[in-house]
Design a protein around this ligand. Structure first.
Ligand SMILES: Cc1ncc(COP(=O)(O)O)c(C=O)c1O
Length: 382
């Protein structure tokens, strides 16, 4: 009966990150730096709010868009942090993680054959959702520009069919982000065209040495901002995402959201409210720790001779492995087998990720140190 499964579903594949993670799970004594998930516990006061929600029987459906105090808190959070203004009544939706916000956006915006531009190497979560919504992913190679999309790189890819441009900064897998003037130039190019920008800002609280900026400041009417609590408050399993869009678009997004999930988990919503209000700056301690680890791992890689762009955010490094003359998959496999360290092959992030590997430094310093020592001996012996 498998042949009756929808052809679009049959054609998409499981994420390369997960595949590699599952594959190396069978090897013994391997230090895995493969997963993009904070290694901190959810802050205690947030966990307590979740427990209290259960005890107080806050366990029923909420408004489809999320309970209003949470939407108010989310709106206030965005205003104070990033100077963006969205009305809690009709411009904010609480979703089931950023993932559902992304799915909801593509299904709301795309027609059969719509093109979606992805600056690449890119997070593998977009392509399957674009395809399921009938769209076509269009990859723009950013490898020659330190992984940054620019208005110049973008221009030749804009066609009559372009419906959406994804701006995933700070980036998974590269950690780079765009400067204010770079965002403004892209906004200038897209303004007035029949094109939306999906601005995935899930790592906005993890930006080092500078202030995170959203492109919505320059092109609000055409932008859908996606954020959430997964990375900022170490809440990946609570599944809370946030979607902000102009009212005229939100009133359609909410229909897709409603028929898809009704609402995000009521218990998680209560915890999210606590996180966005009492935990306004919870990300700071985690960020300081990631920054120390970034400095450490970056310096070690540079000293080993790796060509690597120094990231501005998130918790990933994306070193080139081109000098080893192997595919990223073969390199990663050989690293597992001979050095006992697992990194994600760059090819999991589109064909433009070939020649690189992704390293997540959301792991303890001790583990990172041991992993770096192992990679160093491997590199010396190759
Ligand atoms: C760029 C990017 N967007 C979205 C997500 C999904 O976030 P969530 O766990 O909130 O669904 C991730 C998760 O790794 C990500 O890296």
């Amino acid at each position: 009966m498998e042949h009756l499964v929808n052809s679009k579903v049959r054609q998409i594949e499981l994420s390369g990150i997960r595949k590699f993670f599952n594959m190396v799970a069978n090897y013994e004594d391997v230090i895995s730096l493969t997963i993009g998930q904070p290694d901190f516990d959810t802050p205690q006061h947030v966990k307590d709010a979740g427990i209290a929600a259960i005890e107080q029987n806050y366990t029923t459906y909420t408004y489809n868009a999320g309970f209003i105090e949470l939407r108010e808190a989310a709106s206030e959070y965005l205003r104070k942090k990033y100077d963006l203004n969205y009305s809690p009544e009709d411009e904010v939706i609480v979703t089931v993680g950023a993932s559902q916000a992304i799915d909801c956006t593509f299904r709301t915006l795309l027609e059969e054959g719509s093109e979606v531009i992805l600056p690449s190497p890119v997070y593998p979560g977009y392509e399957p959702l674009i395809k399921l919504a009938g769209g076509t992913p269009i990859y723009v190679d950013t490898t020659e520009n330190k992984f940054k999309l620019t208005a110049e790189l973008l221009t030749p890819f804009i066609t009559e069919k372009t419906r959406c441009i994804v701006l995933p900064y700070p980036s998974n897998p590269t950690g780079v982000t765009l400067e204010d003037d770079e965002l403004q130039a892209i906004a200038e190019l897209v303004k007035g065209k029949d094109i939306f920008i999906l601005s995935d800002e899930i790592y906005s609280e993890l930006v080092y040495r500078k202030q995170h900026r959203s492109i919505a400041r320059y092109i609000r009417e055409q932008t859908i901002v996606i954020n959430g609590l997964s990375k900022s408050h170490s809440m990946t399993g609570w599944r809370v995402g946030l979607l902000f869009a102009p009212a005229a678009v939100t009133k359609h997004l909410i229909k897709v959201h409603q028929y898809n999930v009704s609402c995000a988990s009521s218990v998680s919503q209560k915890a999210a409210y606590e996180a966005l209000t009492a935990g306004f700056d919870d990300a700071k301690t985690m960020k300081d720790s990631y920054q120390d680890r970034l400095e450490y791992v970056y310096n070690r890689l540079v000293n080993m001779g790796f060509d690597v762009v120094k990231p501005d955010g998130a918790f990933y490094l994306f070193p080139s492995i081109k000098r080893f003359n192997q595919t990223s998959f073969d390199f990663a496999l050989s690293l597992v087998e001979k050095a006992g360290v697992a990194l994600v092959p760059g090819s999991a992030f589109s064909k433009y990720g070939e020649g690189y590997v992704r390293l997540s430094y959301a792991y303890s310093m001790e583990r990172l140190k041991e992993a770096m020592d192992r990679i160093e001996s491997y590199v010396k012996n190759e």
